[in-house]
Design a protein around this ligand. Structure first.
Ligand code: ARG
Length: 587
């Protein structure tokens, strides 16, 4: 990539001027304002400051030592000591040609690949996946794909909620009121019904609650019948989860549910007690503030009426049961021992932010040496709102089931596709609608800043104009239709390229930023960076295509333009693919 070439040369020039300089932090980035140049470095200012040098003078000296004539038309010193680089069209053309030959696609594998565990989706057994699960599932999947593309070692793990007190009630329901036909027709719906009925009974009748508790105690003690029923509940839930994952094209390396960690929970609590990190309080065991943080930042404290009071991380209940926190501590321990990751990323909604704060701090106190070696990150996200600005619900006020939402997406997309292409055979229209509909839902979810709530709007996400999946997919089909007409023609691999028109140059330069955007998306866990990049790409392509005839051009001009089409298609396809969105040749 050109910016990497410039960066390496700039670092070398700095070392020529200041032989002892640490140059790893000297970076070259795209210029925010294209009028000043294509690339920029502002790193010399910091270097000068550190050494009490005059930054402009340093910039002059570095510029004199800098050898980039083959890549740049001009290197300008601007402001207090910025370096601006203007790339030579010939250097740009060479990079494009290499991409045309398939040598790269404007991104490079990470120089230091990391092992990254990504914990995402994580639905609960016996509950349907609802619209909220699209967020963790979509963001998590996009992140795993982006990390993999950049050459990192990714371990994705679906931390399924397959353990907890709800199983007492579910077991009682299963034994007494299970409707086998309903189970066969829609297992999770039937499990949900069991839970609701028994839960209501338990609320009204303490004896019933006691019965449910007994079922739970038997399960926890390893009673063979209860274990078998519990496993069956997991199995039928998993079948439905897998159906959704299949539709969404989401894969996990592991699905180690909460129950997998059961044997470790007792020892975790004992160890926390022995090390004095947890202590007993009112029969329960919890981790309390160690006073190392100011109260406002201390997740182990809450403010009640102006007073800071303890809000411990509970790891054992007074009845001896364990908590969500206990499982998560055991899970970190297992993951570190099993995969030695540099990073563990939790894609979980923002309401759980306090949980993760407590979890990470508790782990750091429990295993300080391991904690120093791993970056634990909560990648949080906001809510999906209905068009009334309240949490997104069905008309009757229920949560929207994910499977039904995806059905509706495909149906609505079919209308859009049929309007555009009434003559295509139905099977083809349906297949296109599947890609467009699922893509629209995923893209609409990935596009906003993940921490902000966003409004779910079918009309917006399915629009052919604007920053939507249908717009990008349509742009892709336009590129493909040009290329189909010229299938056999050489696309600039052999011939010399002529990047002349402003639209050609702008498009070509945008390709070069693909890798930087992927890196930034991975660095900040923000797939929306990539959405915006692809939207800009489609816009630049549209302007190019409007102003630069491709098929009517000849010679080098034609070859150049065909290559620009080809690369636009490839970058769009690759970009959408790591967002988890398929493409279609026709729309
Ligand atoms: N099952 C949990 C829920 O639905 C999410 C689990 C997230 N992952 C974790 N390691 N805590 O709220």
């Amino acid at each position: 990539m050109l910016h990497l070439t410039l960066q390496a040369r700039l670092q070398a020039a700095v070392r020529t001027v200041l032989p002892d300089a640490e140059t790893a932090a000297i970076l070259v980035r795209p210029c925010p304002d294209a009028r000043h140049g294509d690339y920029q470095s502002n790193a010399l200012i910091a270097v000068a400051k550190q050494r009490k040098l005059n930054p402009r003078q340093l910039a002059e000296q570095v510029k004199a030592a800098l050898d980039v004539a083959d890549v740049c038309d001009a290197v300008d010193i601007a402001g207090p000591g910025f370096l601006n680089f203007r790339v030579r069209p010939a250097a740009l053309a060479a990079t494009l040609q290499a991409a045309g030959r398939g040598e790269h696609l404007f991104y490079a594998a990470a120089a230091q690949p990391r092992t990254v565990v990504i914990d995402f989706s994580s639905p609960n057994v016996a509950k349907p996946m609802h619209v909220g699960h699209i967020r963790s599932t979509g963001i998590g999947d996009a992140l795993q794909r982006i990390f993999r593309l950049l050459g990192h070692r990714v371990i994705s793990d679906n931390h399924i909620g397959d353990w907890g007190t709800q199983f007492g009630k579910l077991l009682l329901g299963w034994k007494q009121i299970l409707d086998r036909d309903a189970l066969a027709a829609d297992a999770i719906a039937e499990l949900e019904r069991l839970y609701k009925v028994i839960n209501a009974e338990c609320d009204a009748n303490p004896a019933r609650l006691e019965e449910a508790k007994q079922e739970l105690v038997k399960l926890q003690a390893g009673d063979a019948d209860n274990i078998a029923v519990w496993q069956e509940m997991i199995r039928v839930s998993q079948v439905q989860f897998d159906a959704i994952y299949g539709r969404l094209g989401v894969k996990f390396d592991h699905a180690l549910g909460e129950s997998f960690y059961n044997p470790q929970l007792g020892p975790v609590v004992e160890d926390l007690l022995a090390r004095g990190i947890a202590r007993e309080s009112e029969g329960a065991v919890g981790v309390f503030s160690d006073g190392s943080l100011p109260p406002k930042q201390d997740p182990f404290l809450v403010n009640r009426d102006g007073e800071w009071i303890a809000d411990p991380a509970l790891v054992r209940k007074s009845d001896g049961g364990f908590n969500y926190m206990t499982t998560d501590l055991a899970t970190i321990d297992y993951r570190l021992k099993t995969w030695a990751p540099a990073e563990i990323v939790y894609v979980v909604d923002d309401r759980q932010a306090p949980h993760f704060k407590k979890l990470f701090l508790t782990f750091a106190r429990w295993q300080p040496e391991s904690a120093a070696k791993v970056k634990l990150v909560h990648v949080g996200f906001g809510k999906i709102l209905g068009e009334d600005g309240k949490p997104f619900k069905t008309r009757s006020g229920d949560t929207v089931k994910l499977g039904e939402l995806l059905d509706e997406a495909e149906e609505r997309a079919l209308k859009v596709v049929t309007e555009k292409n009434p003559d295509l055979p139905e099977a083809e229209r349906k297949e296109i609608a599947r890609v467009v509909g699922l893509g629209a839902v995923k893209y609409a979810d990935l596009l906003p800043n993940r921490q902000s709530d966003y409004m779910f709007s079918w009309d917006k996400m399915l629009a052919l104009q604007g920053n939507t999946a249908p717009y990008l997919l349509y742009a892709y089909t336009r590129v493909q239709s040009v290329l189909r007409k010229q299938a056999s023609e050489a696309r600039g691999q052999e011939t010399e390229l002529q990047l002349v028109a402003a639209e050609e140059l702008a498009l070509a330069k945008h390709f070069l930023n693909f890798g930087l955007v992927l890196e930034a998306a991975a660095e900040e866990y923000r797939p929306n960076f990539l959405c915006n990049y692809l939207y800009d790409l489609a816009g630049l392509f549209a302007r190019f295509y409007e102003n630069c005839p491709v098929l009517k051009a000849e010679g080098a001009e034609r070859a150049t333009r065909l290559l620009l089409c080809d690369l636009t298609g490839r970058v769009l396809k690759q970009g959408l693919e790591v967002l988890g969105i398929q493409t279609t040749e026709q729309m």
